[in-house]
Write a protein of this length. Structure first.
Length: 142
């Protein structure tokens, strides 16, 4: 799995995954042009859409109509170091559910790929790929 991220100017990035193209940017108040979600909003969106996909699978397997399902994901930002330190996922289902299904939905969300990834800190590595500039030789080094 991979995505390609291309800088396009100011605070804008083009994100390509398979044959899909999306944009990331910052709001006007942060010096951006607001043509796309911020990286933090993308993270919350990834959590919500992943959880939502698992909820839909659960509902369909249990004979529950997922129509009208919405997810709201909240993130609280902390400083030192700057990060999102609290995330809450609200699942809105527009019809009554038996308690066993409320429990089942919570369990499938907590077993989802993105939830598991964030709950079990992944190893993140950084590799800089660039040519190294060669310093000109001086008389002292000759």
């Amino acid at each position: 799995m991979q995505v390609k991220v291309n800088y396009t100017g100011q605070t804008q990035f083009q994100v390509i995954a398979r044959n899909h193209v999306s944009w990331s940017d910052h709001p006007f108040r942060s010096g951006g042009t607001d043509i796309g979600m911020t990286p933090s909003e993308w993270l919350l969106g990834a959590i919500g859409t992943c959880a939502g996909a698992y909820v839909v699978q659960y509902c369909e397997a249990q004979g529950i109509d997922p129509k009208g399902l919405t997810m709201t994901v909240f993130g609280q930002v902390e400083n030192l170091p700057q990060r999102i330190n609290y995330i809450r996922v609200e699942v809105h289902i527009p019809h009554p559910l038996e308690f066993q299904h409320i429990t089942g939905i919570k369990q499938v969300i907590e077993s989802s790929l993105i939830h598991n990834t964030l709950s079990h800190s992944p190893v993140i590595t950084t590799e800089i790929i660039a040519e190294t500039l060669k310093l000109p030789q001086t008389a002292a080094t000759n």
